[in-house]
Design a protein around this ligand. Structure first.
Ligand code: ZN
Length: 191
């Protein structure tokens, strides 16, 4: 299992997802220091709800997402009073901490090992772009199974975007197994 979180203090703490039985190996998916420094704010749900309800604004103590206008975002210009806002755990960080899997993308084919570095950077770029749009969409971890890779995401939409993005950039074949329940499974392959 390879945690995809860039918060060093939380590495290896993804829960709730059974390990694949196949061999796994380390695959770097985040560049260290590309995310805000880790800080731990363990606040219970009641406090989060109360803070959000009463304050109307809050900031995530971990990823610095800002709650404003009833939605979470990463504003290009953080509010000046950022330091005064209640610090809570945003839904995205919570999903990540709990290891809640919304989507799984399986990558396979002979093309993959040859172009793995490039493909991993495509995955990072797609995930980063989507996270700015939806702070709940996170990469959870990456597992190597045989010659293939599996990417676990918190959000099904991110899994679909990764599959479509890889297909668009590298061709190959794409299968999206649409279901009503999580996790949504996506397969991308190129020989
Ligand atoms: Zn957060």
């Amino acid at each position: 299992m390879v945690p995809m979180s860039s918060r060093p203090g939380r590495r290896g703490r993804v829960h709730g997802v059974p390990k694949l039985q196949t061999q796994t190996a380390s695959v770097p998916l985040h560049s260290p220091g590309s995310q805000p420094s880790p800080r731990s704010y363990r606040i219970d749900d009641g406090l989060i709800a109360r803070d959000l309800h009463t304050a109307g604004e809050a900031v995530c103590g971990q990823c610095k997402a800002v709650y404003h206008g009833k939605r979470w975002s990463y504003p290009p210009r953080p509010p000046a009073r950022l330091k005064q806002l209640p610090r809570v755990e945003c839904p995205g960080c919570r999903l990540e901490r709990e290891g809640k899997v919304g989507g799984i993308v399986r990558l396979s084919g002979e093309f993959l090992p040859v172009h793995e570095v490039n493909i991993l950077s495509q995955i990072r770029r797609i995930a980063q772009r989507e996270r700015l749009r939806n702070p709940m969409a996170r990469l959870l971890k990456l597992e190597r199974n045989g010659a293939g890779l599996s990417v676990f995401t918190t959000h099904r939409t991110l899994a679909v975007l990764l599959g479509k993005g890889l297909h668009h950039a590298n061709r190959g074949s794409l299968k999206i197994h649409w279901t009503d329940h999580d996790p949504l499974r996506v397969e991308w392959s190129r020989t």
